[in-house]
Design a protein around this ligand. Structure first.
Ligand code: NAD
Length: 424
């Protein structure tokens, strides 16, 4: 097995293992130099941290945190920061590798990184959250920056957290720097769009594919697991394309209405309560029930590995589009394909968030800011061009979008690695 010398993080490593397995499967169909493979199977830099935070009651608590740069063949690293109790090194390595691939699929000049803190943010006060966020950036201050490693949002982090990151970076370095952090509010150099690009881009991919592959669009049913930054944006943009959002959920369960849900009312309810229980429309469903609904489109937009070998056979959707990175395990993918379920992979489907990070980085470096219309148009163009490139690569591979996206990404990374050579 060519990847037997790959890096293996201690403890849980399912997402990194998924990456290795998908990489290995692609090596049969893509011509990748062994040196490139060596780079890809060993993350470039892994930092583990213990962050002490003074809690509101005066006690001190330490939080475990990570930052991993996977690869920088195509440019500085860029990747999200996750706040979630299950953040671990293997998962962070996997997320960083995903970013390397995604940037290559979208033709963006970035490598991949990821980070996170093992914390349940809902159990912290706002002041505790702020102190924790600032300490994270302080510990990484020599390792991050616009030309080294750019921070972006992920599960559990939002525009306010990004604003604290940016302020801490600026104050510690002693000079204003907007482009080390993306996903900031527009008043701090963020892009002039209200929505999260991952969800918006996903709907553009869905709509383009529906037109090219003859999938239903107007009135087609859609179920979304996860109603955060990505899931809620998917719901909003799906409505604009004429889809019917029949089910959404959070970690506590969700709601289902076969005739379609009122998305604006759902957002208002979620903003007020942080969950969907007690919503006036539809009936309550569990997350396993949501994943088994007979819908045209299913978008898992919460966490990785939610469709696995034990529940894949229950999936009754016609198409599954990965909003969350690594939502479908390799074992589940095999079973879904046997059932005839079409799959749109994460590195194509949710790359819109990365495109917005890129546009923010560009405007903050140049201090020349894009109008909202320009941002929207560029996002559409990037998504459209990337989908076209993936479809072209997928054609000789039986139309398999994951295989096409992986081949495209690996070829681009391979080319950059070959041209740069191995330093020194
Ligand atoms: P978020 O924190 O805003 O929302 C996550 C949502 O998932 C919440 O509604 C939460 O209740 C729900 N959830 C959590 N655990 C769940 C579970 N076990 N079952 C069902 N629902 C659960 O996160 P987000 O930023 O929307 O990210 C969601 C996914 O999209 C992640 O995989 C992330 O890596 C990926 N992603 C995020 C971005 C971004 O810029 N935010 C971009 C691309 C991809």
């Amino acid at each position: 097995m060519p990847l037997r010398h790959a890096y293996r993080p201690p403890g849980e490593a399912s997402l990194w293992e998924s990456f290795l397995r998908r990489l290995e499967a692609t090596l049969h169909i893509a011509r990748i130099h062994p040196a490139t493979i060596q780079y890809l199977i060993h993350p470039k830099r892994m930092v583990g941290l213990s962050l002490p935070v003074v809690m509101d009651d005066g006690s001190v608590r330490n939080f475990t945190a990570y930052r991993v740069i996977h690869n920088i063949a195509r440019g500085p690293a860029l990747g999200g920061v996750r706040y979630h109790p299950e953040v671990g090194l293997g998962q962070t390595c996997g997320m960083a590798a995903w970013m390397t691939l995604k940037a290559a699929v979208f033709g963006l000049p970035f490598g991949g990184s990821a980070g996170g803190i093992a914390v349940d943010r809902h159990k912290l006060s706002r002041r505790e959250l702020e102190r924790l966020s600032r300490r994270y950036v302080t510990e990484l201050i020599e390792l991050i920056g616009p030309d080294e490693d750019v921070l972006a949002p992920d599960v559990g982090t939002d525009a306010q957290v990004m604003a604290w990151f940016q302020d801490t970076f600026t104050m510690t370095r002693g000079q204003t720097s907007l482009s080390a952090v993306t996903g900031k509010p527009p008043s701090l150099g963020g892009v002039a769009v209200r929505d999260e690009g991952g969800g918006q881009g996903l709907v553009y991919v869905l709509a383009d594919l529906a037109r090219t592959r003859g999938w239903p669009l107007q009135g087609a049913s859609l179920a979304i697991q996860g109603f955060g930054q990505v899931g809620a944006a998917v719901a909003r943009y799906a409505l604009r394309e004429g889809l019917k959002v029949v089910a959404v959920s959070t970690h506590r369960g969700g709601v289902y209405h076969p005739e379609g849900l009122d998305v604006a009312a759902l957002e208002a309810h979620y903003a007020q309560h942080g969950h969907l229980e007690g919503f006036s429309q539809g009936r309550y469903i569990t997350n396993p029930e949501l994943l088994a609904l007979p819908v045209d489109y299913l978008v898992p937009a919460a966490l990785e590995g939610v469709i696995h070998e034990h529940n894949a056979r229950q999936v009754a959707a016609r198409v599954v589009i990965e909003g969350a990175n690594g939502a479908i395990t390799p074992e589940a993918e095999y079973l879904l394909k046997l059932q005839g379920v079409e799959i749109v992979p994460d590195i194509l489907a949710n790359g819109g968030g990365l495109v917005l990070s890129y546009l923010e980085w560009v405007q903050d470096l140049s201090m020349l800011f894009f109008e909202e219309g320009e941002v929207q148009q560029k996002l559409r163009d990037f998504v459209h061009q990337s989908l076209e490139a993936v479809l072209e690569r997928a054609r000789p591979l039986g139309g398999d979008l994951r295989a096409g996206a992986y081949v495209l990404a690996l070829e681009r990374i391979n080319e950059a690695t070959r041209l740069r050579g191995v330093y020194p």
